[in-house]
Ligand binder design. Structure first.
Ligand code: NAI
Ligand code: MG
Length: 354
């Protein structure tokens, strides 16, 4: 296959870990006979410095023409005092919006070697391997009106969904479940919210299209409890924007480390933006000590979700697991009797084990 990928390094450690993404992709291309071409563009603070805006027009154009986009991270103290339209984060929100990325996928997988870094009991975390599919462009965060009323004495936020918005995220979740263990948990608050009743209705309708996937409905308060009580029971969770925001932060505690968590933001035609969950880590930037694994795992997500390259994605994920199992780690992780190494060597190790 031939694919064109836009790289947006962004700021801080984003500039360092984007190279790790490229290294694993070059290995995949060679191993599986694909052709990947790359184009690098500015976003965030770096783009402010170079172009006077956090999201240059040429970056948007390039992303729209690409098969997929990989992003490092944006932000840093250097740009903290800029007016809000020039803030690096505006670049990130802007590109998600420009590309219409309605589905946010956050896989959460506990690595055996890292169980000690989670505050939860090891036997609870060890079998957890779940994917949260969060609706990203609707719901309470976007509904109008959202304002103070009556001289500030009352307030309204609006949880608004259109059927087609629910259908497309639910489809995405079913498709994701098919690539995993064929189990879908739809999380809502259908005992109280009208929006959740429509949500549940859509899931019930859609499940006839995916007879190979088992479906269960769960109320969000119960889901919050079960995520900690028995995380291994979950495969794919699909939920609306705010519930997904909260549950995905809760679930991230299972892995114990920010430097391990990848994410994907997608739309229906497969075009997507992939980035680690962490930020630009200005405190360690420029030292070649950043953990590249969240970026590398984001690259695997790109192969699976944008290019349909499941085997290639698994190749990367298995290599990461093996390297971590062997005890290799960057400074942010604590592994008893482990081997501490830097960003470059960690990347080399993953490529070697691929
Ligand atoms: P952060 O995620 O950048 O860093 C939090 C802590 O985790 C720091 O101690 C950092 O050194 C460490 N860390 C993060 N990623 C790491 C990695 N791969 N390897 C080793 N250690 C790692 O969050 P923080 O400090 O709150 O924000 C820093 C900047 O990043 C801010 O400007 C913020 O706005 C921005 N940010 C950007 C995001 C994005 O681009 N998607 C997401 C979150 C924050
Ligand atoms: Mg959040």
């Amino acid at each position: 296959m031939k694919k064109h990928i836009v790289l947006l390094p962004g700021d801080g450690i984003g500039q360092e870990i984007i190279g790790s993404a490229r290294a694993v992709l070059e290995e995949i291309a060679e191993k599986f006979g694909h052709t990947f071409t790359f184009e690098t563009h500015a976003i965030g603070g770096t783009a402010v410095d170079e172009h006077g805006t956090p999201l240059p027009e040429e970056t948007v154009t390039a992303c729209k023409q690409a098969d997929a986009v990989l992003l490092g991270a944006v932000g840093g103290p250097k740009w903290d005092d800029l007016p809000s339209h020039l803030r690096p984060e505006k670049g990130l929100l802007g590109i998600r919006k420009e590309l219409g990325l309605f589905a946010n996928l956050r896989p959460v997988k506990g690595f055996k070697k890292l169980l000690g870094s989670s505050p939860l009991k090891e036997e609870l975390v060890e079998d957890s391997d779940l994917l949260i599919v969060r609706e990203l462009t609707g719901g309470l965060y976007f509904g109008t009106p959202s304002e103070r009323q009556e001289n500030g004495q009352s307030v309204v936020d609006t949880l608004y969904y259109e059927r087609h918005e629910i259908e497309r995220i639910v489809d995405k979740a079913f498709q994701s479940a098919r690539l995993r263990r064929n189990h879908l948990t739809s999380v809502d608050k259908a005992n109280v919210l009208e929006s959740s009743k429509l949500w549940r209705e859509v899931v019930e309708e859609k499940k006839t299209d995916y007879p190979d996937v088992t479906v269960e409905h769960m109320l969000v308060d119960a889901a919050a409890m079960k995520l900690i009580q028995n995380p291994a029971q979950f495969d794919v969770i699909v939920t609306e924007n705010m519930f997904g925001d909260i549950l995905s932060d809760e679930a991230s505690v299972l892995t114990g480390s920010l430097g391990m968590l990848p994410s994907a933001s997608l739309r229906s035609d497969g075009v997507g933006l992939y980035e680690p969950v962490h930020g630009s880590a200005p405190d360690i930037a420029g030292q070649n000590i950043a953990n590249p694994l969240a970026m590398i795992l984001s690259t695997a997500l790109m192969l699976r979700h944008s290019f349909g390259m499941d085997e290639e994605a698994s190749c990367i994920e298995k290599a990461v697991e093996e390297v971590v199992d062997l005890g290799y780690h960057t400074k942010d992780l604590k592994i008893t009797n482990g081997i501490e190494t830097n960003t470059t060597n960690m990347t080399h190790k993953v490529v070697e084990y691929m």
